[in-house]
Design a protein around this ligand. Structure first.
Ligand SMILES: *[C@@H]1O[C@H](CO)[C@@H](O)[C@H](O)[C@H]1NC(C)=O
Ligand SMILES: *[C@@H]1O[C@H](CO)[C@@H](O)[C@H](O)[C@H]1NC(C)=O
Ligand SMILES: *[C@@H]1O[C@H](CO)[C@@H](O)[C@H](O)[C@H]1NC(C)=O
Ligand SMILES: *[C@@H]1O[C@H](CO)[C@@H](O)[C@H](O)[C@H]1NC(C)=O
Ligand SMILES: *[C@@H]1O[C@H](CO)[C@@H](O)[C@H](O)[C@H]1NC(C)=O
Ligand SMILES: *[C@@H]1O[C@H](CO)[C@@H](O)[C@H](O)[C@H]1NC(C)=O
Ligand SMILES: *[C@@H]1O[C@H](CO)[C@@H](O)[C@H](O)[C@H]1NC(C)=O
Ligand SMILES: *[C@@H]1O[C@H](CO)[C@@H](O)[C@H](O)[C@H]1NC(C)=O
Ligand SMILES: *[C@@H]1O[C@H](CO)[C@@H](O)[C@H](O)[C@H]1NC(C)=O
Ligand SMILES: *[C@@H]1O[C@H](CO)[C@@H](O)[C@H](O)[C@H]1NC(C)=O
Ligand SMILES: *[C@@H]1O[C@H](CO)[C@@H](O)[C@H](O)[C@H]1NC(C)=O
Ligand SMILES: *[C@@H]1O[C@H](CO)[C@@H](O)[C@H](O)[C@H]1NC(C)=O
Length: 602
């Protein structure tokens, strides 16, 4: 944690500032800090403090001219009433030119992070725009302002009702300052609303874009004391030639409160499909995008989840387990026919005929599905298709007409789990929770060519991507980048209701069945009563209980955490890759694993 000394310095030296401004070697200093009228900012240069002024339209940015430093400079927070200062505990090296937008008490602006290798180039259907939304090695700041009463109401609405708060937003990165009016803020997620730190949706007004995107999510990262699971997962998805959201970190302020370190992801509303599948073409004619949401109260009443089962009744697709995230250009609002046809295909699909592979490819981008299914096992998706019939999208590619599989929601991965860890990282994918119980996965593995491809993917991706030798350097770099911000984040008071920890005690006291009916109904509102197979009550209890426990960053990254519901991130990759390669008899064999199937079935 950054410790800050509060020094009491009498700032009569301010008088020097105006003289120095005449000096042609003066440069602009800019620093971000959230202050009210009782405080202001300054910059201390070679022990002389110069005032900075609040920028006119961006209240979190404080700027001013001052000389180039000889030995170095520090920003100071000044209490106007008595001129007390809080000074940065480290010296910044002299800057010859205007500074970028720096952040008070962060000792770095930009980090060079090691990159993951591209294991596969993007699948042919993907044509992703290049955007500056996600800047590697940088943590921009987002400040949202709006009616605090409404924001409080939103924060206390832990049920599933949706409250939209109109806000204004400023976004400040090292070199850019962007301002938006008419921004809609709302809570994101379902069970994540029970957490003390909440996730948010941000929707810009219709014509506005934040680097090509209109909608983004602020991910609280609250169940992940390593703070890196989502970052790593989205990077690995990209390295696998797949598509999903991309991820970067941001610092978030809400009115006069510091809220913390968040993950920023682009979400699946237009213009996302055009950005990802047609280079941002504004005339793109997209197909349907269906979202799997596992289950709702309605769908669970009739035992329907988004597992891709076929129902001979189109109304049954509308029970709530699926949503139309984006309707096709010129398509009907409420059209589940393409999804129904696809599930019908699955239920009757050929498996052992010579035309089977071609028939499948006509309906599904099988590479998008099989690679994602390999990642479900190798990254340990505890809330994915196999484990929960949850958190994926099916996108109908317009011309080809087949479906492209898109994974989403990466928080419960890499050993942060509600299932038994031993089943997830055994290396034998048949023990993975839910394996064999989902129609699409079971059926596609009945096709010998796809089964072989799947097992080869497990071996090859494990060997070339999801293992410590490939990932640890990037993990170390990302952890180094966020360490100061994690300390800051953990020092902040939370705004959410923390229902989840109450669930933990309810589970402890009642041996699995909660007696707290308001908690029960909150849970039932969200997912209904469908309990997935392989649910492990001890792991779930541990998960709920650890929400109240503080786990140090380095322990969370490295392991062993001592929690049944949480491995270290590095520990996950070590176990998962070692066990996978051992299981397939491929350990130490660096050639292409074309014999994986033979080894597995031997
Ligand atoms: C704080 O410093 C400023 C600039 O030197 C000076 O004008 C002001 O009187 C000081 N205020 C107090 C309370 O000392
Ligand atoms: C202004 O901010 C300081 C901390 O920087 C805080 O202690 C104080 O209560 C705030 N005052 C108001 C009126 O919000
Ligand atoms: C700044 O002040 C510190 C502590 O008083 C002192 O050690 C240092 O030499 C000073 N630096 C300059 C450039 O005056
Ligand atoms: C601040 O915003 C107003 C209104 O949008 C604009 O006219 C003005 O130029 C802005 N000032 C700066 C310094 O950008
Ligand atoms: C201008 O600034 C430079 C660097 O800080 C310093 O060496 C020089 O003495 C200053 N000149 C005047 C006239 O203040
Ligand atoms: C400072 O700015 C000048 C002119 O914009 C540029 O030529 C020079 O490379 C910059 N120096 C540094 C250290 O960035
Ligand atoms: C803020 O929202 C509350 C609740 O809707 C409302 O009563 C109040 O008038 C609003 N305040 C302002 C300044 O608009
Ligand atoms: C956004 O900014 C505009 C212009 O300053 C202002 O009129 C409006 O009230 C602000 N909206 C919110 C929600 O603060
Ligand atoms: C910010 O701008 C500076 C100078 O214009 C440039 O050297 C630097 O690479 C930019 N940084 C980023 C992260 O874009
Ligand atoms: C609920 O649906 C699942 C999957 O379709 C099925 O295996 C199970 O038997 C059904 N349960 C009931 C009670 O109908
Ligand atoms: C079709 O599904 C709906 C929704 O699940 C259900 O209400 C209806 O009874 C079903 N119709 C038939 C004929 O099964
Ligand atoms: C695969 O197995 C065959 C027969 O067992 C063997 O000849 C071949 O070298 C193996 N290939 C690899 C890449 O291990």
């Amino acid at each position: 944690m950054v410790s800050t000394k509060v020094l009491s310095i009498f700032l009569s030296l301010f008088a020097l500032a105006s003289a120095q401004l005449q000096n042609s070697s003066a440069i602009n200093y800019s620093v971000i800090n959230l202050l009210n009228e009782t405080h202001s900012m300054g910059v201390s240069i070679d022990n002389v403090t110069y005032p900075l002024v609040r920028s006119e339209n961006v209240t979190i940015l404080h700027t001013g001219q001052a000389p180039v430093a000889t030995s170095g400079y520090r920003y100071v927070k000044i209490t106007n009433e008595n001129n007390n200062t809080e000074i940065e505990p480290f010296l910044r090296p002299p800057s010859q030119n205007d500074t970028v937008n720096e952040f008070f008490k962060r000792s770095w602006n930009h980090k060079q992070l090691s990159q993951l290798p591209a294991m596969f180039s993007p699948l042919p259907a993907i044509k992703r725009i290049s955007s500056q939304l996600h800047r590697d090695g940088e943590v921009p700041t987002i400040h949202l302002t709006g009616n605090q009463t409404l924001i409080d109401i939103m924060h206390n609405s832990s049920g599933s009702e949706d409250i939209d708060v109109p806000t204004n937003m400023t976004y400040v990165s090292l070199n850019d300052t962007l301002s938006y009016e008419g921004v809609t803020l709302s809570l994101a997620g379902r069970s994540s609303r029970w957490m003390p730190k909440l996730s948010y949706n941000i929707k810009l007004s219709k014509k506005d874009r934040l680097y090509d995107y209109r909608r983004v999510k602020l991910r609280a990262l609250d169940t992940d004391p390593s703070y890196i699971r989502e970052s790593m997962a989205y990077d690995i998805i990209k390295s696998s030639g797949l598509v999903s959201s991309e991820f970067s970190y941001v610092r978030v302020f809400l009115n006069d409160r510091e809220i913390g370190l968040f993950g920023l992801i682009d979400t699946f509303h237009n213009p996302w499909l055009a950005n990802v599948f047609d280079d941002g073409n504004s005339k793109y004619k997209n197909g349907y995008l269906y979202q799997a949401v596992f289950s709702t109260a309605n769908s669970s009443a009739v035992n329907h989840t988004s597992d891709l089962s076929y129902y001979d009744n189109i109304t049954a697709y509308k029970d709530g387990q699926y949503e139309i995230k984006v309707e096709a250009a010129k398509g009907k609002k409420d059209n589940f026919k393409p999804l129904m046809d696809f599930t019908k295909f699955i239920s009757t699909a050929p498996t052992n005929s010579s035309g089977a592979v071609a028939a499948w490819k006509k309906e599904l981008d099988t590479d998008s599905f099989l690679r994602t299914m390999a990642l479900e096992v190798l990254l340990g998706f505890s809330d994915g298709y196999n484990s929960m019939a949850d958190n994926y999208y099916l996108y109908q590619i317009p011309k080809a007409g087949n479906f492209f599989y898109i994974p989403s929601d990466m928080d419960l991965t890499m050993g942060s789990t509600i299932f038994k860890l031993a089943d997830m990282w055994s290396g034998n994918y048949s023990t993975f929770p839910g394996m064999g119980s989902r129609p699409l996965m079971s059926k596609i593995l009945e096709v010998p060519e796809f089964k072989q491809q799947y097992e080869q993917l497990l071996v090859n991706m494990s060997r070339s991507l999801t293992n410590p030798a490939v990932l640890n350097k990037r993990i170390d770099d990302v952890v180094d980048m966020i360490t100061e911000d994690v300390a800051w984040d953990q020092s902040l008071p939370r705004v959410g209701a923390n229902l989840i920890s109450q669930m933990g005690s309810a589970l402890n006291n009642n041996n699995g069945s909660s007696s707290n009916t308001s908690l029960d109904s909150a849970a039932t509102d969200v997912v209904g009563d469908v309990i997935p197979a392989n649910f492990d009550m001890d792991t779930i209890k541990d998960f709920a209980n650890r929400m109240n426990v503080s786990i140090p960053l380095s322990v969370a990254v490295n392991g062993d955490t001592g929690h049944a519901s949480l491995s270290g991130v590095k520990e996950w990759f070590q176990k998962s890759s070692e066990n996978t390669l051992n299981f397939f008899g491929a350990a130490g064999n660096s050639s292409d694993a074309t014999n994986a199937t033979a080894a597995a079935t031997a």
